[in-house]
Design a protein around this ligand. Structure first.
Ligand SMILES: C[S@@+](CC[C@H](N)C(=O)[O-])C[C@H]1O[C@@H](n2cnc3c(N)ncnc32)[C@H](O)[C@@H]1O
Length: 402
């Protein structure tokens, strides 16, 4: 802020370590506007944020900032004049423009929850990245696939349908390359007591059946389409299901597009099971998260019209950071299903990996969370579950959405 000399960084530092944002002013700021800006500056000044004001512009120097906290603080000042009487007498546009200008900056790093501008570019970079990628062989395991690039439409009679049957046999009836995105949470083989299935069987038998369904999924998903598998390994049996499943998809020449760690924050895991109490002999590790393994068929890029994108700028920036903190589904009793995933998880996956109008399939549909979210987000759906009871619940949930 003009006038504060001793703590000001010198011009070179400003040039190299700060991003400069200029907001032109239509007229000089009033005393109220100045005071409000001073209050904002004071709140966010700790190395990383600095304001210079003259009669024609506000210059904002940014190094790092917790943007959401900044936006909420300024918005609160403007909306609640009782917190600062000056906010009654200011031109709000000036302040909103600053928020908007910061929110529009696309290029930044994240450090300790704060956005960092400029200096993140100094971080260690790989030289000649492209040639190294070529030399190493990009997703080498998925090269020379035999996937056809010709996509077809899902036959109309399957659109927005919930089918009560074994998914392997239903999927066999669908044509190749007709589904845009598959998202599913298969039985984990924990022995959860589903309505019909034998969850909790011999592992080889379990994976044989799972892979028979997944192979059909690979066949029916479009070229460029995605398959997302939500899985929790059975840590207590030392079965890394997420690795075994990923390995299978990669053997089938699907590209491993990435992995999302779904942090459920459910610290109510048993604290009497230590393995070996306070001894390195065999300590038992505990987990509060599950995985979403994401695969792409033939191409990492999916085609779609820009008008069918429904993810917002804020959502995109937040959700590409592949650790999602989402509370587990709390209404399982109401839907009478023991292992549902929450709508929020599916909403993020659909908006990040598919377009409005796309066809979404869930071959282990349960109480129909995928279909519910697909309908709410203007996608078409097909859900399959072996249990009539769960299918009835899924149909009820879907029809209740207006
Ligand atoms: C983890 S649950 C899915 C829950 C679902 N994501 C939800 O939010 O409601 C797995 C589901 O797979 C179903 N299932 C098991 N074997 C199946 C099979 N061969 N074909 C179709 N569904 C099957 C079970 O009935 C169970 O509802």
């Amino acid at each position: 802020m003009a006038g504060k000399k001793s703590t000001e960084p010198d011009e070179d530092i400003l040039k190299n370590e700060y991003l400069k944002l200029v907001t032109p002013l239509k007229k000089p700021l009033t005393i109220h506007e100045n005071r409000l800006l001073q209050q904002i500056q004071k709140k966010f000044s700790k190395k990383g944020f600095r304001l210079d004001i003259n009669n024609s512009e506000i210059i904002l120097y940014l190094q790092s900032i917790e943007f959401e906290a900044f936006r909420d603080y300024v918005q609160d000042l403007l909306d609640n004049p009782e917190n600062n009487r000056d906010s009654l007498l200011v031109d709000k546009e000036i302040f909103l423009k600053i928020i908007e200008d910061i929110s529009r900056i696309k290029s930044y790093g994240i450090k300790a929850g704060k956005r960092t501008y400029v200096t993140y570019r100094n971080e260690r970079k790989v030289k000649d990245r492209q040639s190294k990628v070529t030399r190493r062989g990009l997703y080498y395991y998925a090269q020379n696939n035999t996937f056809s690039e010709k996509n077809t439409e899902l036959p109309k009679r399957y659109e927005n349908l919930i089918i009560n049957d074994d998914s392997e046999s239903v999927l066999k009836q669908l044509p190749d390359n007709c589904i845009d995105l598959i998202i599913t949470s298969p039985p984990y083989n924990f022995g959860l007591g589903y309505d019909t299935s034998t969850d909790g069987v011999n592992w080889e038998h379990y994976f044989d059946k799972l892979f028979a369904v997944f192979d059909e999924c690979i066949r029916v998903v479009k070229f460029g389409g995605r398959i997302i598998i939500n899985i929790q390994p059975l840590f207590s049996d030392y079965i890394p299901s997420h690795h075994i499943i990923s390995h299978h998809f990669m053997q089938k020449k699907m590209i491993w597009k990435g992995e999302i760690l779904w942090e459920k924050n459910n610290y109510n895991c048993k604290y009497c099971a230590w393995g070996s109490w306070k001894s390195p002999s065999s300590p038992y590790l505990k987990y509060t998260w599950e995985f979403l393994e994401i695969f792409a068929k033939g191409d990492l890029k999916k085609s779609g019209r820009s008008e069918d994108i429904d993810i917002t700028e804020d959502e995109f920036k937040k959700w590409v950071v592949a650790k999602w903190s989402v509370a587990p589904e709390r209404k399982m009793d109401r839907y009478d299903h023991p292992a549902m995933f929450p709508e929020e998880l599916v909403t993020r996956a659909l908006k990040l990996f598919s377009f409005e109008g796309d066809v979404v399939l869930d071959p282990f549909n349960g109480a129909g969370t995928t279909c519910v979210v697909a309908k709410k987000t203007n996608r078409k759906f097909l859900g399959i579950d072996i249990s009539k009871k769960y299918c009835d619940m899924a149909k009820k949930r879907v029809t209740e959405i207006l």
